[in-house]
Design a protein around this ligand. Structure first.
Ligand SMILES: [Zn+2]
Length: 89
């Protein structure tokens, strides 16, 4: 179950773009979905995930972007409740 909006909020407003990438973290043996991003916010999401990882708030591992269409959700852990919300001020 994916959200229908990108995970980024700008000035308190949810980004209205549909998600184009699933953001996931690939660790040794698992892959965790942590959010979705539109093309415009891909870099921002990537940077923010790096910060959250360095703060120990989310799984460690390599950040991966997969086009929404090609994701086989069966082999990816996590659900929309675990997704990070990226707030940009
Ligand atoms: Zn966006």
């Amino acid at each position: 179950m994916l959200p229908d909006r990108c995970s980024v909020k700008e000035d308190g407003k949810q980004c209205v773009n549909p998600p184009e990438f699933i953001v996931s973290i690939i660790s040794d043996k698992d892959e965790y979905m942590v959010g979705v991003a539109c093309t415009k916010h891909k870099q921002i999401v990537s940077g923010k995930i790096g910060i959250l990882q360095s703060e120990g708030k989310i799984h460690d591992g390599k950040i991966s972007f997969s086009p929404v269409k090609t994701v086989e959700t069966d082999c990816v852990h996590g659900n929309a409740d675990d997704f990070v919300q990226i707030d940009m001020k």
